[in-house]
Structures are given as C-alpha cells and as structure tokens.
Design a protein around this ligand. Structure first.
Ligand code: NAP
Length: 268
C-alpha cells in the first residue's frame, strides 16, 4: 500500500467518479491512502461518496462538478487541482449515452461525445503529464472499451473515440515510461454500471447476467496499471484480444457483432 501511494500519490483525480467504476476507483484508492479529487456533473452523488469515504478512511476528498463535454472542462479541472500534487489521473467517464444511429441524432450530441472522449481526455493527459514528468513518477488510467477495435453499427462515433484513446495510450506509454509514468488503457467489456443499465433499459434490452462488476474492474485496473499500454478485460495479457487486422476479418467482426446484438435484443 505504501509503495502504491509513493508511486502514484499523494492525490488521485478521477473523472466520472460519482458512480460505477469511477466511484469504485475512488473507494479502492482511498483504502490505499490516496487523497481524492472527484469529478462529475451531479453534486449530490459526489458529496454522498465523499461523505462515505470520509467515514471509512482518513484521506482528504475534494469534489467538483464539471461537464467534460465543455470546451473549458480540462482548464477548469486543472485550476481545481492546481494546489494538489496529482500522481494518478483516471479518465473514467466516456460512455455513449446517445444510444442512437448516427443520422438520428443531432451532430451536437456527437460533438459532445468527441469533446469528452478525445479533446478533454487528451488535454487532461497533457496537463497532468507535465507535473508527473517533473516528479519522475505517476500513472494514468484511460478507461476504454472493446469498441476501440473497430467501428460497429450504431456506435461509430463511440468506437472512433475509444480507438483514439487506445492509440493515444499506446503512443504515450512508449514516451512516458521513460519519465517513470505508467499509462494504461483499461479496455472494458460490458460492466454493471448505473449508466450502462440506463442505456440498456432505454433501448429496451435485457440486463445481461454476466456483466463485470465495478469492484473487479477497479481492482484489476489498479493491478494492471504498471503493465500497460493496454489490458483487455478478462483476457490474459498474452492473448491477442479482439483486434482483427485483415479487411475481411474486420468486416466479418462488424457483421457478427451486429447479428449478436440483434439476436440478443430479440430474446427479450
Ligand atoms: N458500462 C459498460 O458496460 C462499459 C463497457 C465498456 C466500456 N465502458 C467504459 O467505462 C467507463 C465508465 O462507463 P459507465 O458505464 O460508468 O458510464 P459513464 O457515463 O462513462 O460514467 C458514469 C460517470 O461519469 C459521469 N459523467 C458522465 N458524463 C459526464 C460528463 N459529461 N461530464 C462529467 N462527468 C460525466 C457520471 O456522473 P454525472 O452523471 O453526475 O456526470 C458518472 O459518475 C466509460 O469510459 C465507458 O466507455 C463501460
């Protein structure tokens, strides 16, 4: 525990920290002795989590409401975090809550998703990377999705944004390891978060029984942090994962996943 805090402390900043995987990262980091800066849009859930953590641990917890889709989100977060030494940055928020085909949604909704997953994520990595490089230590977890491995029906912008995150993480892992900074793209499959349940319910889809638990995701994410650049949820690091290379294999993947989702929705 002391080793973890010495490498990644004394403060951790988590986006999308009010529930699900973000909240679990917060609980588990508090147990490891890290102080926390928790970011989300809703004040109530953030304050409730801060109170819960405050009762269980002696760490300091700061909360701030920031909308990550806004242009100035990263600047605001940098200002909030300025007095603190952030040794771990977890860019957790990033689901596609549009749940829609591309043309059925206003372009502004897709721009918001790109702003959160691409621009704000990149700016946060750039900002917090400076302090970590100066200190010669630190870590970044960019929470990703298996959607990063190629475009999928109804998920084009989401897949593209998560592909950006994976490529960014791989490139920066190569650079940042020379500064003592660990970078991990934690590539998730279906996970039992309130946000994901809401998307399934809104789409009229059944709740799968085999979703990953946020507790396991946070635990394994923190364990895997020194072993970047990517971790495929549920797969050992020496397995190739779901990343077909040839055009034929990529086309087959798109069609197969579309057929799987259609068959799954029809079972309801
Ligand atoms: N759940 C899954 O099945 C699944 C599968 C693959 C990958 N992932 C990845 O796992 C991560 C977490 O996913 P999730 O299902 O928990 O949904 P999520 O919407 O990415 O995360 C929920 C958290 O993010 C906050 N949040 C959402 N939009 C925000 C915004 N615009 N600005 C600030 N905070 C925002 C929410 O609080 P507020 O509402 O208060 O802002 C909440 O704390 C994402 O990166 C997602 O892509 C999830």
């Amino acid at each position: 525990m002391a080793e973890f805090a010495a490498k990644y402390g004394p403060w951790a900043l988590i986006t999308g920290a009010s529930e699900g995987t973000g909240a679990e990262f917060a609980r588990q980091l508090a147990a490891k002795g890290l102080n926390l800066i928790l970011i989300a849009r809703r004040e109530g859930p953030l304050d409730a989590l801060a109170e819960e953590i405050g009762k269980a641990h002696t760490v300091k917890v700061i909360t701030a409401t920031v909308d990550l889709t806004k242009k100035d989100a990263a600047t605001r977060i940098a200002e909030i975090a300025a007095p603190f030494e952030v040794g771990l940055m977890i860019a957790n928020a990033g689901a596609d809550t549009n749940g829609s085909l591309f043309l059925d949604r206003d372009i502004a909704d897709w721009e918001a998703l790109v702003a959160m997953n691409v621009s704000t994520t990149m700016k946060l990595v750039h900002h917090f990377g400076q302090g970590m490089r100066a200190r010669g230590r630190g870590g970044m977890i960019l929470v990703g999705s298996g959607a990063c491995y190629g475009g999928l029906n109804g998920l084009g912008v989401y897949c593209a944004s998560k592909g950006f995150v994976m490529n960014l993480a791989e490139g920066l892992w190569a650079e940042f390891r020379h500064y003592g900074i660990d970078v991990l793209n934690l590539i998730l499959g279906r996970t039992d978060t309130p946000a994901h349940r809401k998307i399934l319910e809104e789409g009229g889809q059944p709740i799968p029984s085999d979703m990953a638990s946020p507790v396991d995701v946070a635990r394994i994410g923190l364990e895997q942090l020194p072993h970047g650049p990517i971790y495929n949820w549920g797969s050992p690091n020496d397995q190739p994962g779901f990343a077909p290379q040839s055009p034929d294999a990529r086309r087959a993947r798109i069609v197969m996943i579309e057929e799987m989702s259609t068959a799954y929705a029809a079972k309801k």
